[in-house]
Ligand binder design. Structure first.
Ligand code: ATP
Ligand code: MG
Length: 739
């Protein structure tokens, strides 16, 4: 037959099948290297469980990123249909926790309609708290305090239990307490709270998860203690747990992830079975071997076997460029060259550029813009952090809740004559009478706070706009109430004119973003919400009315960048991502720029063997994202704004290639890409794609860049190309030596 399970069997290897069909009431760890099909196995196990009669809404499946969750749902939907797939409780730990809190939060006294504080909100509160404790404190102090507290929360440490920890001062305990109070006052939870509150809920009301029959966790090596506890609580009734992970890919220690959770689980569940997978189906042999050569430099790790399933393929390439701009240019040229050579076989979405830190992307972005290749940044803030977008989202946050900290960000933006003096007066009144700022504003309009007539009028206009927008949002007779409310706000603010007046040349681009947002919100209003959690007998859950505004704000906060509406044709958009954001994903062609000492390994980790090992794993994760082609590069000189190294003595500090690659350079092709049509054919074999057979391809063969015998020749050829008018290229940039 061609039932889903039958098809499943055909696509799995022996070990994978064994893991997929493991007995129902068991605990299973699947530990294996990158690309060995861990995620595929996890998904297949869900299909298996469904075939055994487990109801989809009784299965919890967690992943690490929103993007990975969406991909999983799509892949499952392809096998069992969208209606079954949509019933699974599937998402990141945070999004699942949010669902439980929305439905059952009242059981632990959480007020309904709580909102999520994004990083900016959280920092804002922290600043407020610190200013009270220490007026001298600055933004960096708040950031530091925020990190300390986030770290404590990730380990489920409450203020009350802090005393036992000698290293925390009384001050920190106070700050922690005050910070929590401020959040509670505004009916907000920060990211860490969502997990902690959910943990509290499941501990006090275990009935809520009594229907859950299976819990599956991807990327287990990067769970923190709270997530581990949540997993246990989800599974408390039937104890069917399947986790997959790879200790070599543990890269979130800085967020209190604990790879020791693997041992913890074996301790907590004595019957835990361990299965390992050994065949890598993702990468070409050469790429896999280069990556393995990096991770093997760690002498402390547990050895495991990872064997390539593919041919050797194309050698990975390692090249130094003169500076970050030249490096960026080469990368973008290679992307273009491969797309051209592929004659349709490769599209922008087949390429990814993975960086150690977000600031490395600037030169690359500008090169991509020059040649007109569309891109999106994962783990960055391309869309939602744009000023004009953030502002309008802040308006919506205040429409949702008058206590949102965003209120102060929008009260005089656009400028309406409510300057810092007036704001201070409102704040003073609020503090003196212990009322919310919104109430102070209403009192000012009422004449209870002394303000002049002009200010009064603009405060009234502001309040009216927010109130009217709220009325529109709640008007269910409309087809798209949220979109209408946003449109209303934009008009009420006369936002287009404001941009024209205040934003000079950039107004048009900004207005375009606003238009994008409007479209995004319309689209969002038309998409049905994620299915609700199923009712559980014996527990009164909230009837979750679809509150589209909360839902929208939650999406914005939970995935700052992953729903960029500018991506119309997804296949025409290439990916730029931090390495952290690339986990679990794969691309035919991967570039890793900035592979120099001080970037990867990061300068902050150079002194410490433990941190150094995490940096090494980070490079390992990045390299193993590539299927068919892999390029590593670094700028030999750091110049201009791209100069972040410590070497201040030189005007152009030289830069060393990463020590991770120095010793294994022989694993790489020792010259810049000899990209010819042959490379594309090889790539096609690895990717299982038909190489182009069109007449254009024959021409491309001829027009193809000649194979340079050495790097020098390559530079010379580039210079010649420049002379013939192909793009701009400064030959003096090419003076770099290869050793
Ligand atoms: P990572 O550690 O990077 O998350 P992973 O172990 O989760 O990797 P998957 O993403 O599940 O690996 O699989 C990697 C690739 O190999 C995918 O494209 C998947 O479809 C393919 N693959 C996995 N198992 C098989 C198989 N038995 N036959 C063919 N292809 C497979
Ligand atoms: Mg995976």
């Amino acid at each position: 037959s061609s039932s889903p399970t039958h098809r499943l069997r055909l696509s799995l290897n022996e070990l994978q099948l064994q893991a997929v069909t493991f007995p129902l009431k068991s605990q299973l760890q699947i530990l294996a290297g990158p690309g060995t099909g861990k995620t595929k196995t996890l998904i297949s196990r869900v299909i298996f469980l469904l075939s055994q009669g487990v109801h989809p809404s009784n299965i919890i499946l967690t992943t690490f990123t929103v993007k990975a969750a969406n991909e999983m749902r799509e892949r499952i939907a392809a096998m069992v249909g969208p209606s079954v797939a949509s019933r699974l409780v599937l998402g990141t730990f945070h999004s699942i926790a949010r669902k439980y809190l929305v439905k059952y939060g009242h059981l632990i006294g959480l007020p309904t309609g709580f909102q999520i504080a994004d990083e900016a909100d959280a920092l804002h509160f922290m600043q407020g708290v610190l200013k009270d404790v220490d007026p001298e404190s600055d933004k960096n102090d708040s950031r530091r305090a925020r990190n300390v507290i986030s770290n404590l929360k990730s380990r489920a440490i409450q203020p009350s239990s802090l005393k036992a920890l000698e290293y925390t001062s009384q001050d920190m305990i106070n700050v922690y307490r005050l910070y929590q109070d401020k959040l509670a006052e505004a009916n907000l939870l920060d990211f860490d709270d969502m997990l902690l509150k959910c943990m509290e809920l499941l501990r006090t009301s275990p009935l809520v998860v009594s229907n859950i029959q299976a819990v599956l966790v991807d990327e287990f090596q990067d769970t923190n203690i709270v997530q581990y506890e949540l997993m246990k609580l989800f599974a408390s009734k039937r104890c069917n747990i399947t986790i997959v992970g790879d200790p070599d890919q543990s890269i979130y220690a800085f967020r209190a992830a604990e790879s020791t959770n693997l041992m913890r689980m074996r301790h907590d569940f004595k019957d835990t079975s361990v299965v390992s997978l050994e065949e890598n189906y993702r990468s070409s042999g050469h790429i896999l071997n280069a990556a393995l050569a990096v991770i093997m430099q760690d002498t402390d790790r547990i050895q495991k076997t990872v064997l390539p399933n593919h041919d050797e393929g194309h050698m990975p390439v390692f090249f130094p460029a003169r500076n970050p701009y030249i490096e960026a240019r080469h990368i973008v040229r290679e992307v273009q060259r491969l797309i051209d050579l592929g004659c349709g076989m490769l599209k922008p979405h087949d390429f990814a550029i993975l960086v150690r830190s977000a600031r490395l992307t600037r030169p690359i972005e500008s090169e991509l813009t020059k040649v007109g290749i569309d891109y999106r940044i994962v783990g960055g803030f391309r869309f939602w952090e744009r000023e004009e977008i953030k502002l309008l989202v802040n308006y919506l946050a205040v429409v949702k809740s008058r206590r949102s900290p965003a209120l102060l960000d929008i009260i005089n933006n656009p400028r309406r004559g409510i300057g810092s003096v007036m704001q201070a007066a409102l704040l003073n009144h609020a503090n003196a009478y212990q009322v919310p700022i919104w109430e102070a504003i209403l009192r000012a309009i009422d004449g209870q706070v002394r303000v002049n007539a002009r200010v009064k009028a603009s405060l009234k206009e502001f309040v009216d706009a927010i109130t009217e927008a709220e009325r529109l949002v709640q008007d269910n007779t409309r087809e798209a109430p949220l979109a209408d409310a946003l449109d209303y706000l934009i008009t009420a603010l006369d936002y287009k004119e404001v941009l024209k007046k205040d934003r000079g040349d950039t107004w048009a681009a900004r207005w375009e973003n606003v238009t994008d947002l409007k479209e995004q919100v319309r689209y969002f209003s038309a998409t049905p919400p994620d299915p609700e959690l199923p009712d559980v007998e014996g527990v009164e859950g909230n009837k979750v009315v679809d509150d589209v505004l909360s839902r929208f704000l939650a999406t914005v906060n939970l995935s700052p960048s992953e729903s960029d509406p500018s991506a119309f044709d997804p296949s025409m958009v290439m990916t730029i991502s931090t390495i952290h954001g690339s986990k679990g994903l794969e691309w035919p062609v991967v570039f890793i720029p900035g592979v120099y000492e001080g970037s990867i390994p990061h300068s902050l980790s150079l002194v410490n063997e433990v941190d150094l090992a995490e940096e090494r794993r980070l490079l390992y994760v990045a390299m193993t994202r590539a299927k068919g082609m892999l390029y590593l590069s670094y700028p030999a000189m750091l110049t201009g704004s791209a100069m972040y190294s410590a070497n201040k003595a030189e005007s152009e500090p030289t830069c060393l290639e990463s020590s991770f690659v120095s010793t294994i350079k022989h694993k790489f092709q020792n010259s810049l890409p000899n990209i010819t049509y042959k490379s594309v054919v090889t790539l096609g074999e690895i990717l299982d794609r038909e190489p182009p057979s069109s007449p254009e391809f024959a021409n491309a063969k001829k027009a193809c860049f000649p194979n340079p015998a050495s790097l020098d020749e390559y530079w010379a050829a580039l210079a010649a190309e420049e002379a013939s008018g192909y793009g701009k290229y400064d030959a003096s940039d090419a003076q770099v030596s290869w050793h």
